[in-house]
Write a protein that binds this ligand. Sequence first.
Ligand SMILES: CC(C)(COP(=O)(O)OP(=O)(O)OC[C@H]1O[C@@H](n2cnc3c(N)ncnc32)[C@H](O)[C@@H]1OP(=O)(O)O)[C@@H](O)C(=O)NCCC(=O)NCCS
Length: 166
Amino acid sequence: MIRHATVDDLAAITDIYNHYIVDSHVSFDLEPWTPDQRRNWFANYGGDSPWQVWVTELDGEVIGAAWSSPFRPKAAYDPSVETTIVLKAGSSGRGLGTELYRALLSDVDARGAHRAYAIVALPNDASVALHRKLGFVSLGVQDEVGFKMGRYWSTMLLERRAPPAG
Ligand SMILES: CC(C)(COP(=O)(O)OP(=O)(O)OC[C@H]1O[C@@H](n2cnc3c(N)ncnc32)[C@H](O)[C@@H]1OP(=O)(O)O)[C@@H](O)C(=O)NCCC(=O)NCCS
């Protein structure tokens, strides 16, 4: 089942995302999020906000989350969002990411975002493939833009244009 997230999903979202903070380069956070930080973050999402969090459940368990966030803090960037997706470790490669991201992007379109951007830390073949499949195109690579786990990492910036109206 794919649906908007509620506050009750935050523990699962925190666990899923923290795994990638601690164990991989995929998230550029260096410290795991606390439940309080995640609750404060969530206060800006949902309802009429342009920023939304979606989750997917399998057998009653939340096993993935995807969200749209502000792209940059300055106001002229407001028509653009940044999108992110994470599945619980071990849930990849079964089409679940495609279904969840499709739901998020359809919501992003319905709320009138002009552009969606994703920033993918490389290498991440699954994420690059998912983004390309759902209409993102690469705008290029920022070379060694981040430093984590003792080395530099590059990121790919991907852009998705809103589908034409009508
Ligand atoms: C990235 C992620 C969300 C993709 O979701 P997923 O459920 O694994 O992807 P899907 O099974 O829906 O596959 C989407 C497409 O990517 C392709 N793909 C999946 N894994 C791949 C891989 N390892 N290498 C190349 N292509 C891959 C699939 O073939 C599919 O394309 P197709 O339908 O044309 O065959 C998921 O793997 C994940 O959560 N990874 C860890 C966290 C992460 O990296 N998040 C993204 C941060 S930018």
